[in-house]
Design a protein around this ligand. Structure first.
Ligand code: SF4
Length: 399
């Protein structure tokens, strides 16, 4: 292997608490290029059409690409794949945070997880070692609490934590895996796959340097790409204002989802939740993923808007904001933080509640079906209550 990969995939069996290292060659790396390529190969080799997503036979893969940890702009993102409990078919998601580079530096290009642990477990992955550790006392913690507690447990504040919250533990079919409180494997319910395996978290730290075939050439290409990226107007906007900058323009050009996709204008509402108001009110700071020069994630600094995780991104403002006609920024920040901490996908929550709000408005559902909650357009409190109920799978939240 010339560069980009160690040539090592760790197969972790949670049932037998065993690890097998498979080596691969350059031909394999080229054929299944990138994190998703590896995921497709490793999942589809094992998961046949009759394997239930919550079966111990489902394979959950976390994989990196060739540039991971090579100090290349925005090459810090990593991929997760498994059979999806949401669709029953292919499940794939890509996240920021810091876990991908740490996994690579720890000496693994990918980790493929099978089986089911007997009790709540977390994996401590560090410099070519993988330890199975008891996570019983962290089970039930939200993703932010678990992240802090697990870093303390391994005694390394620079470790990266990819954890599930109560929603993943409760097998909510659109549960996420939260990486370092601001990167999320959000789509296709991979957090529930982790929950079904009794796996609370991966805690990862590496100090190795992945091989680079031609460091001078890489530097040259990187500089060329970086120059283009830094000159792009999109980089400036995303860096200064984050993704909330997209709300008002998308309302103007008709791309913003509104009222369960049934409305085409909402100018006053968009102004209340997008920039510049978003930035003026929340006073957010940049919170970049590893190696990112843009840093679109926002750390909210205004104490009136308490949030332990990253502030809402464009898709969140769109799906739980405009799609439900909720223009109360405080409610949206709280709802976003709750989703992140319970570990459910904000996009999916907005989609499901868009349907529920519409059904309630049309009289298809009444208060008897909604446990007394008024699912009215613009209802920030109803949104927050429903996030709690979905995460805990209570009443209407357990549909
Ligand atoms: S901070 Fe934003 S732009 Fe940078 S890698 Fe993370 S998601 Fe992408």
């Amino acid at each position: 292997m010339k560069g980009g990969y160690w040539g090592r995939i760790a197969w972790v069996n949670l049932t037998s608490e065993s690890v097998r290292i498979d080596e691969f060659d350059e031909e394999f790396a080229k054929k299944y290029l990138g994190g998703v390529g590896f995921g497709i190969k490793l999942v589809s080799d094992i998961v046949t059409k009759n394997v239930d997503p919550f079966s111990p036979r489902n394979v959950l893969v976390f994989a990196t690409g060739p540039y991971q940890a090579a100090a290349i702009a925005s090459a810090g993102r990593w991929s997760a794949c498994a059979r999806s409990p949401l669709t029953g078919y292919w499940g794939e998601s890509n996240a920021g945070g810091h876990g991908g580079p740490e996994l690579k530096k720890a000496g693994f290009d990918a980790i493929a997880i099978v089986g089911r642990a007997e009790k709540p477990t977390y994996l401590w992955i560090h410099d070519e070692k993988i330890e199975f550790r008891d996570a019983s006392k962290y089970w039930g913690m939200d993703t932010a609490e678990a992240t802090d507690a697990l870093k303390e447990d391994v005694g390394d504040k620079n470790a990266s934590v990819a954890a599930i919250g109560p929603a993943g533990e409760n097998l909510v079919r659109y549960a996420v895996i939260a990486n370092d409180k601001h990167g999320f494997f959000g789509r296709t319910g991979l957090g529930a796959v982790m929950g079904s395996k009794n796996l609370k978290a991966l805690v990862i730290r590496g100090t190795g340097k992945p091989p680079i075939a031609d460091p001078d050439k890489l530097k040259e290409v990187y500089q060329e790409v970086l120059n283009k990226v830094m000159k792009a107007p999109f980089t400036k906007v995303n860096s200064e204002d984050g993704q909330a900058a997209a709300v008002v323009p998308r309302e103007e050009n008709g791309l913003l989802p509104m009222k369960n996709w049934a409305q085409d204008r909402w100018p006053e509402g968009a102004k209340k939740i997008g920039t510049p108001r978003f930035t003026e009110e929340l006073k957010p700071a940049r919170w970049p993923c590893a190696y990112c020069v843009m840093g679109c994630h926002r750390r909210i600094t205004n104490p009136e808007y308490e949030s332990k995780t990253a502030g809402p991104e464009y898709e969140t403002l769109a799906m739980i904001g405009s799609n439900l006609l909720i223009d109360d920024l405080k409610a949206l920040v709280r709802a976003n933080d709750l989703c992140n901490r319970y570990g459910i996908d904000t996009i999916e929550v907005g989609g499901v509640l868009g349907w529920a709000f519409e059904a309630y408005g049309a009289g298809v559902m009444g208060k008897e079906e909604t446990d007394g909650i008024e699912l009215k357009w613009g209802g920030g409190e109803a949104l927050i209550t429903m996030i709690e109920k979905i995460s805990k799978r209570e009443g209407l939240g357990d549909l």
